[in-house]
Design a protein around this ligand. Structure first.
Ligand SMILES: Cc1cc2nc3c(=O)[nH]c(=O)nc-3n(C[C@H](O)[C@H](O)[C@H](O)COP(=O)(O)OP(=O)(O)OC[C@H]3O[C@@H](n4cnc5c(N)ncnc54)[C@H](O)[C@@H]3O)c2cc1C
Length: 451
């Protein structure tokens, strides 16, 4: 049985592990990624000051060491190889391509300079090759981060950390240099709804109160005014509320930088200065309206305020990038699927032997650990559907590599990645960091060619 997995993030690796563990069938897994480096958002999304979370890659290394696993990096589905070609070379295909596009605020002024999707800022500080040249201007003193999830928290935290807190991490060298000279002193995290509806996880929220040179600021009056009677309260929401209350009760802090957590405000316009840079963000105050299902939604009150900031980072979610030949669900902005089986987006009929896992299946929800069971669940469908598939004759196993090389592509194996890994770790030793990332695909490929 031969399976192609497209995408080497957590969902792809957990699917590979579930397939390779099978004892009833020998499964050969080829895992493709558009980058020469594996691990998806574990490398390019998870914040550099959360190295303990990045340690999950050791589990994926074990999967990669299995004898019937191959990593084929630097190959993008949709341009370097087509879905049709994959169908010819594999019995089954698993899309594990994540959610790489960002959602837009859809308000006037969003295109103004220094209004930058958080995806770009995060990719930039994490050394993702796509964002290495992003223009992140840290000469401003106040920044608004729009959104109430962990991504907003990550962006705010990295903006406000001291250089000493960051230099021992695997933050990209260009970002560390820029942050060393940053003038950012105040960050506002803006939530459309109240504290009980925020998607923060308590551990991440609490960490905001433990930073070296940052005081969290929550206005007690504002907090009290937006606590709701939402019926579906759970322990995460309760914990978040307690943490925010403890921030609100703190006496005014003396640290240099301030992190303001604001709720019940929706951005309605980004205002620019004469040079076309962000000068302020216009906000409409909201109130919570209880819905029949017990949830609370935000409704504008017609009362506006203007917050002077020099940069805006919208962090309001992600969506799937369109990939040629892969069925796209326009409404949910994911790969069209029924419980992980890919379907035609119009008539919902199943497209045989094609599956989807991870954020490409569900949208951007769920932490790394959640993908283990979710990917195994989809693999169970693959096993149930795939009984006789292995009987279908396929081209030689190496034919796919030959095809890619004939196209002039330099594919990257897992051993190649281990060489890049070694180089990065050695470079990191200079600043006592776990690694100093290579941020440019050309440089990665040159290093491998020279070796
Ligand atoms: C900023 C940020 C911080 C996070 N922090 C945490 C955290 O601290 N803890 C935690 O548990 N979770 C965290 N998460 C969530 C976690 O990263 C996700 O749950 C998880 O990475 C999703 O896994 P995935 O495999 O679906 O997608 P991804 O990790 O995005 O992997 C998708 C892979 O597909 C590849 N790909 C995309 N398109 C193509 C194509 N056309 N051809 C070939 N390859 C392609 C990409 O290069 C990528 O490697 C964070 C997420 C973000 C955005």
């Amino acid at each position: 049985m031969r399976v192609a997995i497209i995408g080497s993030g957590p969902a792809g690796f957990y699917a590979a592990e579930a397939l390779l563990r099978r004892t009833d069938e020998v499964v050969h897994v080829d895992m493709f990624d558009r980058l020469p480096t594996p691990y998806g958002l574990v490398r390019g999304g998870v914040a550099p000051d959360h190295q303990n979370i990045k340690a999950v890659t050791r589990v994926y290394e074990k999967t990669a060491a299995r004898p019937t696993f191959r990593f084929i990096g630097n190959v993008r589905l949709g341009s370097d190889i087509s879905v049709e070609e994959l169908r010819r070379h594999y019995h089954q295909i698993v899309y594990a391509v994540g959610n790489e596009a960002d959602r837009r605020l859809g308000i006037p002024g969003e295109g103004v300079s220094r209004c930058t999707p958080a995806t770009v800022f995060i990719g930039w500080y994490n050394g993702h090759p796509d964002y290495r040249h992003a223009k992140i201007d840290l000469s401003v003193s106040r920044v608004a981060v729009v959104g109430n999830g962990n991504v907003a928290i990550d962006a705010a935290r990295v903006l406000l950390r001291t250089p000493a807190e960051l230099e021992k991490t695997d933050i990209a060298a260009h970002a560390l240099d820029a942050l060393r000279n940053s003038r950012v002193r105040e960050v506002y995290i803006l939530g459309r709804r109240g504290p009980q509806q925020a998607a923060f996880t308590p551990v991440e929220l609490k960490e905001l109160g433990e930073m070296e040179d940052v005081d969290p600021v929550v206005n007690p009056g504002e907090l009290a005014g937006c606590v709701s009677q939402e019926s579906a309260r759970n322990s995460q929401q309760d914990k978040n509320l307690k943490i925010l209350q403890s921030f609100a009760e703190r006496p005014p802090g003396t640290k240099t930088k301030k992190l303001h957590l604001r709720f019940l405000v929706s951005p309605t316009e980004i205002l620019a200065d004469g040079d076309g840079h962000v000068a302020a963000i216009k906000l409409e105050k909201n109130r919570l309206e209880m819905q029949p299902d017990g949830t609370a939604s935000a409704r504008g009150t017609g009362v506006f305020e203007t917050l002077d900031v020099g940069m805006v980072l919208p962090a309001i979610g992600f969506s799937l990038e369109h990939i040629a030949g892969v069925p796209y669900d326009e409404k949910a902005r994911i790969i069209a699927n029924e419980d992980g089986r890919v379907v035609d987006p119009v008539n919902r009929s199943v497209i045989a032997n094609e599956y989807v896992v991870g954020w490409a299946r569900t949208g951007a929800q769920g932490l790394i650990g959640s993908h283990k069971a979710a990917s195994a669940h989809v693999v169970a469908h693959m096993i149930a559907d795939g009984g006789k598939l292995a009987a279908r004759e396929l081209p030689e196993r190496d034919a796919i590599i030959t095809l890619l090389r004939e196209r002039g592509l330099q594919t990257v194996s897992f051993d190649d990645w281990k060489q890049l890994d070694e180089v990065e770790v050695a470079r990191g030793e200079r600043r006592d960091a776990p690694r100093d990332k290579i941020v440019d695909v050309g440089t990665m490929l040159d290093i491998l060619s020279q070796r």
